[in-house]
Design a protein around this ligand. Structure first.
Ligand code: COA
Length: 212
């Protein structure tokens, strides 16, 4: 399967919103709002248009990655710009065929060329740690409240940059969007059934918790 990665164009906007909706639908809760995030991101100052990529297979858009500017700040209020991606989406029929990995590795190279210090995300360790991400506690990067969430993951791009200092990670306010506005936005898309669909892993965790 040949994967072509290229910058997103205006003519792709609808396809990308649709594919984001398909990828996230019923994943974290009934329905999803990541397609609304895609919509609001495009007009937000933290959106990095140059790092907005789509993946194509046989001329069909099957994946997308979008980045925003984020920051870490140390105890003396020194601020360093970092990168954050999200949403990252692959159409369900094309998942687990290397497309998500290809989008991350491709954009990581661009980040390195642009002297970015780190990519910091909130995501699933099972996927991202295989690609070199580590829990941000390994770099003493907490969240804004000084905690180290399980899913706050970091890919260090400049080795040793974060050594010997404590940092707080501040992601873009664009991710704190209004969920009611997202529900309203969804009404313009085709009707889809909202239901809770736990992943196999979530299901096994729930069963283990029940049996213990
Ligand atoms: C997560 C996602 C972007 C990965 O892209 P992909 O093209 O399917 O991934 P790749 O084929 O490159 O890599 C496969 C790996 O992805 C991970 N993965 C895929 N789907 C996953 C899921 N639902 N939960 C956790 N990890 C997942 C696994 O580690 C998998 O490896 P494995 O098959 O050995 O277990 C894609 O599955 C997707 O769009 N999922 C729905 C939306 C989403 O979760 N986005 C990321 C938000 S943090």
């Amino acid at each position: 399967m040949k994967i072509v990665i290229r910058n997103e164009r205006e003519s792709d906007f609808t396809a990308v919103k649709e594919l984001t909706r398909e990828a996230f639908w019923n994943l974290n809760f009934p329905g999803c709002n990541e397609h609304y995030l895609v919509h609001v991101l495009r007009n937000h100052p933290d959106f990095i248009i140059e790092m907005d990529y789509v993946a194509e297979v046989d001329n069909k858009i099957v994946g997308n990655i979008m980045y925003t500017k984020s920051h870490v700040v140390d105890e003396r209020e020194n601020e360093v710009e970092t990168l954050t991606f999200g949403p990252l989406s692959v159409l369900p029929d094309y998942q687990r065929r290397g497309i998500g990995t290809a989008l991350i590795n491709f954009t990581k190279e661009i980040a390195v060329k642009n002297n970015a210090k780190a990519i910091i995300i909130l995501g699933h360790p099972h996927f991202y740690c295989k690609l070199g991400f580590r829990n941000s506690i390994d770099f003493m990067v907490s969240n804004s409240e000084g905690r180290y969430p399980y899913g706050q993951l970091m890919l260090e791009l400049e080795k040793g940059f974060f050594k010997d200092t404590k940092w707080k990670f501040l992601y873009s306010p664009v991710y704190n969007f209004d969920s009611k506005a997202a529900d309203e936005f969804d009404k313009q898309f085709s009707l889809k059934t909202k239901e809770f669909r736990p992943t196999q892993e979530e299901f096994s965790i729930a069963v283990r918790a029940y049996l213990s």
